[in-house]
Design a binder for this molecule. Structure first.
Ligand code: THU
Length: 144
C-alpha cells in the first residue's frame, strides 16, 4: 500500500484507493443500521501503512448511534495511533459518501489538513472538505 516513512506528507504515499474502497465495503456490510437502513463503511490508510476501518452502529436511543468514522478512529488509537493519510467512506451502494460534519472534524483531528478523502468529485484534501477548520492549533493560538 505504501513505502513512505511514518509522518510523511500524504502526497508521498502510493495510495491504493481501490483496496481502501474494498475494505470500506466489507465494513459497510457489517454495519448495524436497523433504524436508518443506511449502512456506512469507512477505511483509512495510516501513516505507518496500517489500514483501519469502521461501520456505523445505531441504537434504539437514536441519538446515540455511532457513525462509521467513530469506529475507524477508535481502531486507529486502539491499535497504536498514528495519522490518517487517506480515507474512503462508502454508503450502501459501495460508492464514495461524504462524511457528515461531525465526522469531518474527526478526520481533521486525526489526519490534518493534508489528509486525502475520496469524494464523489474525486480525491480532495481535508482543506477542501472542511475549509477554515477549527482544530487543535486554535486551542493554543486563540486562547483568551
Ligand atoms: N453515517 C455515518 O456512519 N457516517 C457519516 O459520515 C454519515 C452518516 C451514518 C449515521 C447513521 O447511522 C446513518 O449513517 C444515517 O444517517
Amino acid at each position: 500500500m505504501t513505502e513512505a516513512e511514518p509522518g510523511a506528507s500524504p502526497a508521498a504515499y502510493d495510495i491504493d484507493w481501490e483496496a481502501l474502497r474494498r475494505r470500506a465495503v466489507e465494513l459497510m456490510e457489517r454495519a448495524y443500521a436497523p433504524y436508518s437502513a443506511f449502512p456506512v463503511g469507512v477505511a483509512g490508510l495510516v501513516d505507518d501503512g496500517r489500514v483501519v476501518a469502521g461501520c456505523n452502529v445505531e441504537n434504539a436511543s437514536y441519538g446515540v448511534g455511532l457513525c462509521a468514522e467513530c469506529g475507524m478512529v477508535s481502531e486507529l488509537h486502539a491499535t497504536g495511533g498514528g495519522r490518517l493519510v487517506a480515507v474512503y467512506c462508502v454508503g450502501g451502494d459501495g460508492q464514495a459518501l461524504m462524511p457528515c460534519g461531525r465526522c469531518r472534524q474527526l478526520l481533521w483531528e486525526n489526519g490534518g489538513p493534508e489528509c486525502l478523502l475520496m469524494t464523489p468529485e474525486g480525491v480532495l484534501p481535508m482543506t477542501r472538505v472542511l475549509p477554515q477548520a477549527f482544530g487543535p492549533s486554535d486551542l493554543d493560538t486563540r486562547h483568551a
